[in-house]
Design a protein around this ligand. Structure first.
Ligand SMILES: NC(=O)c1ccc[n+]([C@@H]2O[C@H](COP(=O)([O-])OP(=O)(O)OC[C@H]3O[C@@H](n4cnc5c(N)ncnc54)[C@H](OP(=O)(O)O)[C@@H]3O)[C@@H](O)[C@H]2O)c1
Length: 191
């Protein structure tokens, strides 16, 4: 069965974004979880999808122009991810969104459709976020692995990754890796 793998960049107090609705401590939104070679689909919540589509369309169209959110020119890894997603199916969990710019986008209306997607043949699926969707899919038992990049920062105010989680989940630590700038990658299996 295909694995559903969540990747999130969080502050040490578990925030995915600050009060301005962006994580301004994240300098690039590239796929930094070493997932690209093992996935062939992405899954996102309807809350984050419009901003995600805008951010990556901007980089696809103008790879030398400072990107919305970071305000910096895209990094080589961001340009690589922008190219990868041009050819990669994106599934968006939403009961309200109906249209997308990218022809590779499909809307998903129920968690049963995600369970069915995992049964199809193919590589693993990257759960890109956001917070509510990740918490909800973990509660539903659909997420197999959680890859966290923890930034050395106490963000204070902001949106917490697990604010809407409804029950306890034991995690199985699979790997820890120290990264540049005091960041740490933590990989957990979810039972
Ligand atoms: N730090 C990071 O690595 C990272 C990564 C990704 C995102 N983010 C942040 O996360 C924010 C978005 O997160 P979010 O929590 O507001 O929204 P979200 O998880 O992207 O989307 C939530 C939406 O998904 C739809 N949905 C349908 N069924 C659902 C279900 N069973 N459970 C949950 N959602 C369901 C609903 O949309 P409908 O109302 O359309 O049905 C719901 O409003 C972004 O602003 C972004 O900054 C951070």
């Amino acid at each position: 069965m295909r694995q559903l793998i969540a990747g999130m960049k969080i502050s040490i107090d578990g925030k995915v974004e600050g009060p301005e609705a962006t994580a301004d401590w994240v300098e690039a939104w590239s796929e930094d979880y070493d997932l690209t070679s093992q996935i062939d689909a992405c899954l996102l919540g309807g809350g984050m999808f419009p901003g995600y589509e805008r951010y990556w369309t901007g980089i696809q169209n103008e790879p030398k122009t400072p990107a919305w959110i970071t305000g910096e020119p895209p990094t080589p890894a961001e340009i690589e991810w922008a190219r990868f997603i041009e050819r990669t199916p994106h599934y968006v969990l939403s009961n309200t969104l109906t249209s997308a710019l990218w022809p590779t986008t499909r809307f998903i209306r129920s968690l049963d459709e995600i369970a069915a997607l995992k049964q199809q043949s193919g590589k693993d699926i990257y759960l890109v976020g956001g917070a509510r969707t990740t918490a909800s899919l973990i509660d539903a038992g659909l997420v197999n692995e959680l890859r966290i990049i923890a930034y050395p920062l106490i963000a204070g105010e902001g949106k917490a990754l697990f604010a809407t989680t409804e029950r306890r989940h034991r995690l199985d630590l699979r790997n820890v890796q120290e990264r540049q700038g005091g960041r740490v990658t933590l990989i957990y299996g979810i039972g």
